[in-house]
Design a protein around this ligand. Structure first.
Ligand code: LMG
Ligand code: NDP
Ligand code: PMR
Length: 399
């Protein structure tokens, strides 16, 4: 069926070096929460609350998972037999890395239609082709999260397509660890927080209405988080550490003019801005849960999929880092996961019928079994989440 809207706008044609899905890599995975046995003695000295790291009993239930699906019936008539009962999922940043691997994992089930929400139309089309996602299983729609106008346009285009929405995955991100000076979104927000948090905040707020309308029994809104935003882990204690402070920089517009470009009001640091943005992602998921889970029945989740050291996320890092980071994660921290494995994990959060609990930050242990992870104190601070929500609403023009 041809549901590709005519108004989709391809953005600039530039093909970056892409992380490829590597199905031959099957690594044991770091559990995402605390230091694994193998590295505990080597790394404990780097950590501030080591007691926290040793509390293994707090892992909660560990279950082996396989990807199953939560199909929606809405597509049945329009799409004909081939797509009978398919669910519709929007994945931002599906043109590379985790987003692409998740799109592939879901498309392979033949039970999902993937809306690849990407800033580079041609790159997304090529990416889908390169991993063998078949035409009837995806649609590329243009979305540039670094422009609020583009977010609003995307939502309009999606609505005009007539597709129902059963799941939204806020996955796209930028990481600018070597930037000396801040760069800005179209609306004048520091680029990492503007893209990773504010763009997704507006998108998710707008699309909640569409999710509500879905008649799927398992509608989900997922915002990808990370271990590096959680200071209750070793990885989260590698400087610079995430810290939103009292949000004074964000409240001032994050524009580097009359306010700092950093959420906490401090000096610009690209690596910290990314980690701060991930804290925002995890706080936003919980605030959505508190405000809307009961009313809407939508499941809100976040996750740390493991360290996918080969993705495009590190494209701006120095070449030495890009060379050493994958072996470091594979052989020393054991936190490494392949893009394919990480994609299967996120696909579980989208569609596994046993991951329906709302408000959870999922992680996986080294046997690839999912468990409910603990967030750091800051990333689970309900008062900060509320304040973040209110300030963000103002910045994106919802309040
Ligand atoms: C910072 O720099 C920027 O300054 C900052 O602004 C921000 O952008 C930040 O978060 C991003 O990056 C990058 C980084 C350099 O600086 C640091 O992280 C500082 C700490 C570096 C300390 C290095 C010490 C290495 C300790 C590793 C533990 C060793 C344990 C020994 C055990 C030996 C067992 C055999 O970072 C880099 O450029 C590289 C970082 C990647 C870590 C490199 C680790 C080296 C190990 C490489 C081994 C690979 C081979 C594996 C084979 C193992 C076989 C067993
Ligand atoms: P990639 O760089 O491979 O993927 C990021 C995606 O985001 C790309 O598709 C990119 O598009 C897209 N994107 C960036 N900016 C925008 C924008 N302005 N508008 C629309 N899309 C945009 O990185 P990963 O796959 O590693 O990252 C995916 C998610 O996983 C992120 O949320 C990241 O924080 C998280 N994560 C990653 C970990 C890792 O180890 N890699 C660990 C934990 C979490 P384009 O292809 O055009 O560049
Ligand atoms: Mg980190 C012990 C486990 C562990 C894990 C799971 C990660 C994940 N990292 C760990 C440890 C360490 N890292 C240690 C001991 C160091 C010092 C050598 C270290 C360094 C390091 C750097 C410089 N790590 C990094 C960087 C990055 O630039 C990445 C980053 O912070 O991006 C924000 C990164 C990461 N380490 C991870 C993960 C998942 C990342 C990718 C960032 C993310 O998506 O959150």
């Amino acid at each position: 069926m041809a549901l590709r809207a005519a108004s989709l706008l391809p953005s600039a044609i530039s093909v970056h070096k892409e992380g490829k899905l590597n199905s031959s890599l099957k690594e044991s995975s770091f559990n995402g929460a605390f230091v694994s046995k193998n590295v505990k003695s080597d790394f404990n000295s780097l950590v501030i609350g080591t007691k926290e790291l040793r509390r293994k009993s707090s892992f909660g239930p560990i279950r082996a998972q396989t990807a199953t699906v939560a199909p929606s019936v809405n597509d049945a008539v329009a799409d004909g037999k081939k797509t009978l009962g398919k669910g519709n999922v929007i994945i931002t940043g599906a043109s590379s890395g985790l987003g692409l691997a998740t799109a592939k994992a879901l498309a392979d089930t033949e039970k999902w239609h993937i809306i690849m929400a990407c800033r580079n139309f041609l790159k997304a089309e090529r990416a889908a082709k390169s991993v063998g996602i078949t035409k009837e299983n995806y649609t590329v729609m243009h979305l540039d999260l670094s422009s609020l106008e583009s977010v609003r346009q995307f939502v309009d285009t999606f609505r005009r397509s007539g597709r129902p929405l059963d799941a939204l995955v806020c996955n796209a991100a930028v990481y600018l660890p070597t930037a000396k000076e801040p760069t800005y979104t179209a609306d004048g927000f520091e680029l990492s927080v503007g893209t990773n948090h504010l763009g997704h905040f507006l998108l998710a707020r707008l699309l909640l209405d569409d999710l509500k309308k879905s008649d799927s029994p398992q509608k989900r809104l997922i915002i990808v988080g990370s271990i590096t935003g959680n200071t209750n882990t070793l990885a989260g204690n590698v400087p610079p550490k995430a810290n939103l402070g009292d949000l004074r920089g964000l409240a001032g517009g994050l524009n580097g003019l009359n306010s700092s470009a950093m959420i906490d009001g401090g000096e610009f640091d690209g690596a910290k801005a990314y980690k701060d943005s991930k804290v925002c992602n995890m706080l936003t998921m919980q605030e959505f849960h508190r405000r809307y889970h009961e009313e809407t029945g939508v499941t809100f989740s976040s996750l740390y999929p493991g360290c996918i050291a080969t993705t495009g996320l590190f494209r701006e890092h120095i070449p030495l880092f890009r060379l050493l980071f994958p072996p470091f994660q594979k052989y020393i921290t054991k936190g490494y996961v392949s893009e394919e494995e990480a994609g299967k994990r996120l696909a579980q959060v989208v569609s596994d019928s046993s991951l329906t609990k709302s408000g959870v930050y999922w992680s996986w242990n080294k046997n690839s079994a999912s468990f409910e992870n603990q967030l750091s104190q800051e990333a689970s601070d309900a008062e900060k989440a509320r304040k973040l929500w209110e300030v963000s609403e103002k910045l994106v023009g919802l309040a």
